[in-house]
Write a protein that binds this ligand. Structure first.
Ligand code: PLP
Length: 422
């Protein structure tokens, strides 16, 4: 009995058994914020959720019925690469954005999130180098960091990742360095930056990937949600060595966990091996629903509804920022997607300001969460416009502006007194 007890105590104190890679993983302030987001007095600009209330019930029912009616398939184990019919549908829907891919070389994943994990699992040994935009998608940082690569970030401007800074970094890394594995980018309406990589930079990036021998991982969850400007070709459309990631989360349903990887056949085979150990196969039921939705319902009309609605919300946010934010505050101008990236003067800490914002009835995602070291981006924040109504967004920005103004007033006083430098 006493032996059992001590075994139990040992289990309770298991932190000393936990793998080093887990102890290095930081809890995400952004995920913790989801709890505050449910309070009725708070308007949340912190999340990144699609507004699924815009989906027509008839289309959802039709897709669900297709999955129920095929229960011998959909309630059974599936192949690791996924349902062929779903892969076919995904190949069809990417054709009109310029990508030609064979369904037998698609891997269907449990959301794009699993794709990020599988890619790092397939390519990264501890100490390998991965390049990303800085800031970048928090979930990618979480997925990659479990495999302990060194994540180096490249800043972006209004035209996406800066190729001059990338070239400098590549020169430091050196040509043919085996530690350099892949560069992860979100070229359309980047999360969290909201910026889009220009066609010239996409071309240059592909050239550099050949010159310095690294893989490009192109993550494109928001590409179809464009509210202004013309479509930019994905890099996968003009270079077969690019790994392209897609998802149904923002075009259809984030609750159905379905994404895909389109990669060269040799890479697909290796990722398939990695996926076998993770989950054998993704949800066949979800995959069947996804196939039915994109094949048998007027999904383009619904997509237009998403585009119109999100565009109104984006305009409400940009207009309110013009109206309420003090002149010291700068922000990006997204042509699509879900997010605006806001930069405050360097002396304002957006993370510590969050408590005041919460008191004032608004929350946002503090910028440091989107950097691998959690140290940079302290004076920045990501604001989401996809979920709240235009009225709520305006009110949220007004409340946020009050909080920022309060901070700036304090700092202006310090600066005037010579206590801190501008
Ligand atoms: C850039 C990016 N990649 C991947 C994902 C994960 O998407 P999924 O729901 O398909 O797992 C997200 C979700 O917000 C995202 O913003």
């Amino acid at each position: 009995m006493s032996g059992m007890k001590s075994a139990h105590i040992k289990f309770e104190t298991a932190p000393d058994k936990v793998a080093k890679r887990i102890t290095k993983m930081r809890p995400s302030a952004v995920r913790l914020l989801f709890a505050a987001a449910t309070r009725p007095d708070i308007i949340s600009l912190a999340g990144g959720m699609p507004d699924v209330s815009l989906l027509p019930k008839s289309a959802v029912r039709k897709a669900a019925r297709a999955a129920v009616d095929d229960q011998a398939v959909t309630l059974q184990y599936g192949g690791t690469n996924g349902l062929f019919e779903t892969a076919q549908v995904f190949c069809d829907i990417v054709r009109d954005i310029g990508i030609r891919h064979k369904p037998e070389n698609v891997i269907i994943t449990t959301g794009a999130q699993e794709a990020l994990d599988l890619i790092a699992k397939t390519f990264c040994d501890p100490g390998d180098i991965v390049l990303t935009e800085g800031p970048t998608y928090l979930g990618a940082l979480q997925a990659f960091s479990a495999y302990e690569p060194e994540i180096r970030t490249i800043e972006f401007d209004d035209e996406g990742m800066r190729m001059d800074l990338l070239e400098e970094e590549l020169q430091r890394i050196g040509k043919g360095n085996p530690r350099l594995k892949f560069l992860y980018t979100i070229p359309n309406f980047q999360n969290p930056g909201g910026v889009t990589m220009s066609p010239e930079r996409r071309k240059r990036l592909v050239e550099l990937s050949h010159e310095y021998d690294f893989i490009i991982v192109e993550d494109d969850p928001y590409g179809r949600l464009r509210y202004e400007g013309g479509h930019c070709l994905p890099m996968r459309a003009f270079d077969d060595s690019v790994i392209y990631l897609g998802t149904i989360s923002k075009m259809f349903a984030a609750g159905l966990r379905v994404g895909w990887i389109m990669a060269p056949p040799g890479v697909t085979a290796k990722i398939n091996l990695a996926k076998q150990g993770t989950d054998l196969s993704g949800s066949v039921f979800d995959q069947k629903m996804a196939a039915a939705y994109f094949r048998d319902t007027p999904w383009q009309n619904t997509l237009q509804k998403f585009v119109k609605t999100y565009d109104k919300r984006r305009r409400a946010m940009l207009a309110a920022m013009e109206e309420f934010f003090p002149p010291e505050v700068k922000w990006t101008h997204p042509e699509g997607g879900f997010f605006v990236w806001v930069t405050l003067p360097s002396y304002v800490d957006a993370k510590s300001m969050l408590a005041e914002a919460l008191d004032n009835g608004v929350i946002y995602a503090p910028g440091d969460s989107f950097y691998p070291d959690g140290k940079r981006g302290r004076n920045s924040m990501r604001l989401n416009f996809s979920y709240e109504s235009p009225e709520n967004i305006r009110e949220a920005i007004r409340r946020l502006a009050e909080v920022i103004e309060g901070r700036l007033e304090l700092y202006r006083a310090f600066i005037n007194a010579g206590a801190i430098k501008e």
